[in-house]
Ligand binder design. Structure first.
Ligand code: NAI
Ligand code: MG
Length: 493
């Protein structure tokens, strides 16, 4: 018999969509300490600075834990521990043994997947649906994938003998905290390097949980060191002479500083920086499927995604229809408690990021753009932004040219394939893109002429550890993921 919805379970919203009763994911099973020290040489160690900073929950502004602030001396200790572990243990260990440790990390991470997902959503603000279904499984998949490469490096670079580099300094952002840690640590370990990793200051907690997993997996002390802090801690890693390779994901601005610091040295680097992806809908596309993909492409993870489809190009003949459908779909998106399983859009990661997004929305309006925001209510505490769309913008608008890193979509129209390729490329970035059409020939033409590292066809934001990721132009240098992701951690001898 069909169960009737109780009145209290489901109610009709005025806007025309359905409002669901709260379905929060349980927090009972998570274990968070009040204070996290630095993870150096296999142990949690108090910082020499004596300083700690708070990591908050951006959806409530409540403090979750205090986290150590690493200074130059702490970074030096971590780099030295990584060097000793590299020279004495990790680089000498048979590759298959290294692989076993990496598999162990992957398996423990899978066992603790629920805890990781809940902490990720609490510390960073992303919807539990995403941390549970995307971030955590993909992070484990990266460890599984690179574990497999550890004893097969001779096949990665046929004809060449590959050797590890030494100590890798790795600096990651706040948009995919655990996943970025996995992207960085897994290939470094598989190739025989040791690591000093710094998570972002607003989202350090899953990295500290990962440190616990690394301890539990029995990795030799010093192979992975995790130091917390803000930009100064990151700079201390980049400037340390004991670092052989820097892997950075974050803003183009900091990427440029790192590139300048390392210029002329023999230290290798990979930089994954900003983006301003174009999603292109042709009139022959499956429109409903495309609209769903556009929504996913820009509103996924509050638009805190370097490959977010933040520019939309719609062929003129279907523009009105697509914009109407987009607005309808935006109206049904649920913004709110990141731990609620119904939530589509969680909290903006920080107050600073929310201010940046608001500044751009103002700029868009002042430039003459027509703004549309969904009418949903948002909680009074915490950092929130409703899904936002701009029409009537031009190629020179700042909301079209600059990375906003929030749930803001700028829509333009086009008539011909040539025109849209030119417009899509007319940007300082080149990280990703998307094309929606029924015609294979158009897919080939567009994907071969758009200068971007990844282009999805009739889908968006699909990731796999076997597939390389990285940008052209100001979107970065080098590739992460897949076989390509091994190369930056190896030298040929
Ligand atoms: P950011 O680039 O300052 O932060 C990224 C990481 O770099 C953090 O761990 C930070 O502590 C560290 N860092 C900061 N200054 C550093 C320095 N001088 N040397 C070494 N490490 C340093 O990014 P932020 O300020 O958090 O965000 C600003 C904008 O950057 C965002 O609005 C967005 O547009 C972009 N961004 C892009 C990301 C991407 O995935 N490509 C990720 C995060 C931000
Ligand atoms: Mg936080």
């Amino acid at each position: 018999m069909k169960k009737k919805n109780k009145k209290s379970d489901v109610k009709l919203k005025f806007s025309g969509g359905w409002e669901y009763a709260p379905a929060p994911e349980s927090k009972d099973h998570i274990r968070l300490k009040e204070k996290y020290d630095l993870f150096i040489n296999g142990k949690f160690t108090e910082p020499e600075t004596g300083k700690y900073f708070a990591s908050i929950n951006p959806s409530t502004e409540a403090k979750l834990a205090d986290v150590a602030e690493a200074g130059d001396k702490d970074v030096d200790k971590a780099v030295k521990a990584a060097r000793v572990a590299y020279e004495n243990v990790w680089s000498r260990m048979p590759a298959a043994e290294r692989g076993k440790y990496i598999y162990r990390i992957a398996r423990i991470m899978q066992e603790r997947a629920r805890e990781f997902a809940v902490i990720e959503s609490m510390d960073g603000g992303k919807a539990i649906r995403e941390s549970r279904d995307v971030d955590v499984p993909l992070a484990a998949a990266h460890f599984f994938y690179y574990a497999g490469w550890a004893d097969k490096l001779d096949y990665a670079l046929p004809g060449a003998k590959a050797k590890s580099l030494g100590v890798a300094g790795q600096i990651i952002p706040w948009n995919f905290p655990l996943l970025m840690a996995a992207w960085k640590i897994a290939p470094a370990l598989a190739t025989g390097n040791t690591v000093v990793l710094k998570p972002a200051e607003t989202t350090p907690l899953t990295a500290m949980k990962l440190a616990e997993v690394i301890q539990e997996a029995g990795l030799p002390p010093g192979v992975v060191n995790i130091v917390t802090g803000a930009g100064a801690t990151g700079a201390a890693i980049v400037n340390h002479p004991g670092i052989n390779k820097v892997a950075f994901t974050g803003s183009t601005e900091v990427g440029k500083i790192i590139q300048k610091t390392l210029a002329g040295s023999d230290r290798k680097y990979t930089l994954e920086l900003g983006g301003k992806a174009a999603n292109i809908i042709f009139e022959d596309a499956a429109i409903d499927q495309a609209v769903e993909g556009i929504i996913n492409g820009i509103f996924f993870n509050q638009g805190h995604v370097c490959c977010a489809g933040s520019r939309l190009f719609v062929q003129e003949s279907v523009a009105d229809k697509v914009v109407r459908k987009l607005k309808d779909r935006m109206e049904t998106l649920i913004v709110g408690d990141p731990l609620d399983k119904n939530t589509d859009i969680g909290a903006i990661n920080s107050k600073d990021q929310l201010e940046k997004i608001r500044k751009y929305i103002k700029i868009g309006v002042n430039e003459g753009g027509e703004m549309y925001q969904s009418s949903c209510s948002v909680p009074s505490k915490g950092f929130w932004c409703r899904p936002t769309l701009f029409t009537n913008v031009s190629q020179s608008s700042r909301v079209v040219q600059e990375e906003i890193f929030g749930p803001v979509l700028a829509v333009q129209t086009f008539r011909t394939v040539e025109e849209v390729i030119e417009k899509a490329n007319n940007i300082p970035y080149g990280l990703s893109g998307g094309v929606w059409t029924d015609k294979g020939s158009k897919i080939f033409k567009v994907t071969s002429q758009i200068r971007a590292g990844v282009i999805w066809a009739n889908t968006y934001n699909k990731f796999d550890p076997t597939s390389p990721f990285g940008g052209y132009k100001e979107s970065g240098v080098g590739r992460e993921g897949g076989l390509h992701g091994l190369i930056p951690y190896l030298q040929t001898v």
